[in-house]
Design a binder for this molecule. Structure first.
Ligand SMILES: [Zn+2]
Length: 255
C-alpha cells in the first residue's frame, strides 16, 4: 500500500485489512562531519523503509527523525531527545498501529544511539502483549559486505559506509570537497578505549571532525551494493514477520 500518511482515513481502513507489518523509519538529526548532511541517519532509514511501499502486506509510517544524539551536541546543528522520551514516542506510535489492528512492526533504524531505547520499547510492547516490534539497524544486515568493500578500514560514523550510502541516496547533499577534511580529523574507530574502558563519552572526545574511519573511500558503487543488500534483508525480514502468527511471537509463560 502507499505510505500511511498519503491515505485518507477511509482508504486506510480498507488497506490496513491486508497489512501484517508496520514499517517505521527512525534516525537522527546530528552532525556527520563536514561532508555529510545532518539528516544522514533518518534519510537512510527513510529510503530503505520506502522500498516496502508497494507491498500490500506492509504499511510504511512517517519517519521519526530526531533520536538519541546528545553525545554529538558540541557540533552545530545536532538535535536530540532523551532516551526515555524517544522510547515512549516510538512505543506510542507502534501502540497506535496496534490499535488499528497492525500488531507487528519493523523499526528501520538509521542511528546506533537509538538502539538501546528501541530494544527497551520492543521488549515492553511484547511483554504487555500490545505489539511485536523488531528493531533493525540497516548496517547490521550486511554480513561481511563492508569488509569486502572497504577492507579492514575502521567503520563507525560519518565513515566510508555512511558516505557511500548517502552517495546512493542523496548525492547532491554530499560535500565531496570536504571528504579529505572529514578524514583528516576522523578517529580510527568509534569511542576511545583505555585499558578496556571506553572513556570517549561524547564524539568530540575522540574525533575532531566528527567523522570516523576513512570517508574518502566512499563510492557510489559501494553505496549501491550496501543499499541493495540492506533492501533485500529488510524485505526478507518483513516476509518472515508477516508469516508469524502474532500469538507465536509473544513471550512464553513458562519453560
Ligand atoms: Zn549516521
Amino acid at each position: 500500500m502507499v505510505l500511511l500518511a498519503e491515505h485518507t482515513t477511509t482508504t486506510a481502513r480498507d488497506a490496513l485489512e491486508d497489512v501484517e507489518v508496520a514499517v517505521v523509519p527512525t534516525g537522527s538529526v546530528e552532525q556527520h562531519g563536514p561532508a555529510l548532511p545532518l539528516g544522514t541517519d533518518f534519510m537512510a532509514a527513510e529510503a530503505l523503509a520506502a522500498t516496502c511501499r508497494d507491498r500490500d502486506d506492509a504499511v510504511v509510517l512517517p519517519t521519526i527523525p530526531v533520536g538519541v544524539s546528545e553525545h554529538h551536541r558540541q557540533f552545530h546543528g545536532t538535535l536530540w531527545t532523551d532516551p526515555e522520551t524517544f522510547e515512549d514516542y516510538v512505543s506510542d506510535v507502534l501502540g497506535s498501529m496496534a490499535h488499528h489492528g497492525v500488531r507487528k512492526a519493523v523499526v528501520v533504524n538509521g542511528h546506533g544511539g537509538n538502539t538501546d531505547a528501541l530494544q527497551r520499547a520492543a521488549r515492553s510492547l511484547r511483554q504487555e502483549e500490545t505489539a511485536f516490534a523488531a528493531p533493525w539497524n540497516w548496517w547490521d544486515s550486511l554480513d561481511g559486505l563492508t569488509e569486502e568493500l572497504f577492507g579492514d578500514a575502521g567503520i563507525g560514523h560519518a565513515d566510508q559506509m555512511e558516505a557511500s550510502m548517502m552517495l546512493r541516496i542523496a548525492d547532491h547533499l554530499v560535500r565531496e570537497s570536504a571528504m579529505a577534511e572529514a578524514e583528516a580529523g576522523a578517529s580510527d574507530a568509534w569511542g576511545e578505549g583505555v585499558h578496556g574502558a571506553n572513556v570517549g563519552f561524547d564524539t568530540i572526545d575522540f574525533s575532531d571532525s566528527g567523522a570516523v574511519g576513512e570517508p574518502t573511500l566512499a563510492t557510489r558503487e559501494a553505496g549501491d551494493r550496501l543499499f541493495q543488500t540492506a533492501e533485500e534483508e529488510l524485505a526478507a525480514l518483513v516476509d518472515w514477520l508477516g508469516e508469524q502468527p502474532f500469538e507465536d511471537l509473544l513471550p512464553a509463560d513458562h519453560r
